[in-house]
Design a binder for this molecule. Structure first.
Ligand SMILES: O=P(O)(O)O[C@H]1O[C@H](CO)[C@@H](O[C@H]2O[C@H](CO)[C@@H](O)[C@H](O)[C@H]2O)[C@H](O)[C@H]1O
Length: 654
């Protein structure tokens, strides 16, 4: 290229990008993508730069946004994706000759030097700009050139040079052939809002019958939808809904042998009644399922199903595609595991099979089958025991025709492995929240999730409990512990979920020596009084309404921790600058004792002027307080309410 050797701007350290642009970063619609870089030229000439972005596939149609110099050669700008899809972005920078000349001229004027020649150079720069100008701009440029060349009008010329009109025209007509384009085109996956803001409720449809001892169905599950909607959940997640195998079926309390009548674990997918595209007959028919999905939608709830790639020995795949399993010399397949857990009732699929292409296509067809039945959210079971390269392919393939599909990675494993799943495209991920307990642990973990590179690709979903986990923080604990955990989950993270109705009923009995529920629903049909009111239920409804009404709780990435003088009190602010919604949350982490102390309100971040009174309203109790100082006293009784969710009202309001 002709101008290649004339390029003088350097663009370095561009962020965000993951592993040199190998993976896409993640955002939702209308969420800002702040792009930063070090941009500089040789010598002392001034540089300028623009951020370029476009929807992928829209070749050549770049939108441009000026970049701002933040100082020390560091530049920034931001853009947003207006609809779900892949967007591309890059940077272009160049030596800004006009601005360089004008600031030199200014210095000479200030030093009272003769600027006659300088002004003539300015006229030449304007002449160069004519080639890029439209007809209106050409007219303006010619007038200014004449003025700059008129020796009689030097002072008029000087004041013209510094006018905004000149700045604008010279900016719009700048020469770009010597501009440097950043060497890479980076990508961001823009998703629908639910990818970042969701409240999940997991339950077993088989436990929804009104008659004790009877197997629940999709029809009986429909009846409890209003109850779940009243609590404010917007995603229902169902454990696998497919036929359950009989061979090596598990019994009560994870027994490796079932007794007659034991229903088996729903994750033991597949029997002579069908596999991953079939419905467990006792739950109903495919029509019952689609009707359930529609009823849920009417209640403002999306249905998420489980995608567990494993097969009971009775699954049709085992006979039809034996090449997808790793057979041992004794003619058996080693059962699946997630060490130290053993899944004796299921066979893992072998992702190293020679027939991997057919396997991948079949699994893709499973996801598409359920999308066709109205499902848009998949909770993926143990994705870390399947190959990353498969997930990378599958998620991209599905997103080609369905940009609104959400995949939640259920991987409680090593950090690097969980991170890789986020990188290859999982929309949301389960986290270590379940095992974080102290103020220091929460602060450290949230800082890692929101302030490091993880922020770009790992979207957390916080779960206080799951059918597999009754954590120590809830085991044998009272209502206060359940409230503390759900207040933390729903306010620290914009995506959160619970396994009900055990959570709202406060069920807390663990299997001896394990972090699991005793007599787990995973191996039994239960009978619950779904309509039993509990205080936890009431507070969950309140929390979900607060989340819906306060945009500051609709992202995880605006958290900022505040000082407290008591380690049992954790305090954090959440601010939405666009809407002006400002919250300050204080939680007593001690479920057994009243804790009191002083919290330091981040006045600057909340835009409160020091020593001016401001009102805070507790959204949980509607109590209103006027505070004046930076440090304020709080006292939280866990048996009453273990937290304040304070909305900062207008400053100076009494
Ligand atoms: O391995 P995780 O702890 O992440 O748990 C998930 O996957 C398990 C395997 O699918 C699943 O385990 C349940 O189903 C198994 C297969 O039927 C059975 O052997 C286990 O005893 C049972 O817990 C677990 O529920 C799921 O969340």
């Amino acid at each position: 290229m002709k101008a290649e050797g004339q390029k003088r701007a350097s663009i370095r350290n561009v962020s965000p990008q993951i592993e040199c642009g190998k993976y896409q970063i993640k955002r939702i619609v209308d969420e800002r993508i702040e792009v930063e870089a070090d941009i500089f030229g040789d010598g002392h000439d001034k540089v300028d730069a623009v951020l370029l972005y476009r929807e992928a596939g829209d070749e050549n149609k770049w939108e441009e946004i000026p970049m701002i110099h933040e100082g020390n050669d560091h530049w920034s700008s931001a853009f947003e994706g207006s609809q779900p899809g892949i967007y591309e972005y890059t940077i272009e920078a160049w030596i800004d000759h006009f601005n360089t000349w004008r600031s030199g001229l200014n210095k000479k004027i200030e030093a009272r030097q003769n600027v006659k020649t300088e002004i003539l150079i300015g006229a030449e720069l304007m002449e160069d700009a004519l080639a890029q100008a439209n007809s209106g701009q050409k007219k303006q440029l010619r007038n200014w050139i004449n003025l700059l060349r008129d020796e009689e009008k030097e002072s008029e010329a000087i004041s013209k040079i510094f006018e905004d009109a000149v700045t604008n025209v010279m900016y719009q007509t700048r020469q770009r052939e010597r501009a440097t384009r950043y060497k890479k085109i980076l990508k961001v996956k823009v998703e629908r809002k639910r990818a970042l803001f969701s409240a999940w409720y997991e339950f077993f449809p088989r436990s929804t019958s009104e008659t004790p001892g009877k197997h629940g169905t999709f029809k009986s599950s429909e009846k409890i939808l209003p109850e779940i909607a009243n609590m404010g959940f917007d995603v229902i997640y169902l454990p696998p809904i497919h036929p359950i195998g009989k061979s090596h079926r598990k019994g009560i309390n994870n027994a490796t042998e079932a007794q007659p009548g034991d229903p088996g674990s729903p994750w033991a997918i597949g029997s002579e009644e069908g596999g991953h595209k079939a419905i467990h007959p006792e739950l109903g028919t495919i029509d019952d399922f689609t009707s359930f999905v529609k009823k849920a939608e009417k209640n403002g709830i999306e249905v998420a199903i489980d995608f567990a790639i494993q097969c009971s020995p009775d699954h049709p795949y085992v006979k039809e595609h034996p090449q997808w399993f790793k057979w041992r010399p004794d003619g058996t397949v080693q059962y699946a595991e997630n060490p130290p857990k053993k899944y004796q009732d299921v066979l893992p699929v072998n992702f190293e099979t020679e027939d991997w292409e057919n396997l991948w296509e079949e699994l893709k067809s499973v996801v598409e089958y359920w999308i066709d039945k109205g499902v848009k959210i998949f909770r993926v079971d143990n994705p870390h025991t399947k190959s990353f390269i498969f997930w990378d392919w599958l998620i991209q393939e599905i997103n080609k025709n369905h940009k609104d599909i959400i995949f939640l990675a259920e991987a409680f494993t090593r950090p690097r492995v969980m991170e890789e799943l986020g990188k290859v495209g999982f929309t949301q991920s389960y986290t270590y929240f379940t095992w974080r307990n102290s103020k220091e642990e929460f602060q450290e973990y949230l800082t890692e999730l929101t302030q490091t590179e993880l922020r770009e690709y790992f979207r957390p979903n916080f779960w206080p409990n799951t059918p597999d986990i009754l954590p120590v923080s809830l085991e044998n604990q009272s209502e206060a512990s359940f409230l503390i955990r759900i207040i933390l989950a729903s306010t620290l993270s914009s995506n959160y979920g619970i396994y009900g109705p055990l959570f709202e009923f406060g069920l807390n009995e663990a299997y001896p020596g394990k972090e699991e529920y005793t007599r787990s629903e995973k191996y039994e049909v239960k009978h619950w009084d779904w309509y039993r009111p509990t205080r936890t239920k009431e507070i969950i409804s309140q929390l979900n309404s607060i989340r819906n009404e306060n945009t500051a709780l609709q992202t995880t990435y605006n958290i900022s921790f505040a000082d407290t003088d008591n380690d049992q009190l954790i305090c954090y602010s959440k601010i939405d600058k666009r809407t002006g919604n400002k919250l300050l949350i204080v939680v007593n982490l001690d479920p057994h004792h009243t804790q009191s102390g002083w919290i330091k309100v981040p006045l600057k971040e909340l835009e409160i002027k020091g020593h001016q009174p401001f009102a805070v309203v507790d959204l949980l109790t509607a109590s209103r307080y006027i505070w004046q100082n930076e440090w304020n006293y709080v006292e939280l009784h866990p048996q009453a309410l273990p937290a304040h969710i304070l909305r900062i009202e207008t400053t100076n309001e009494r």
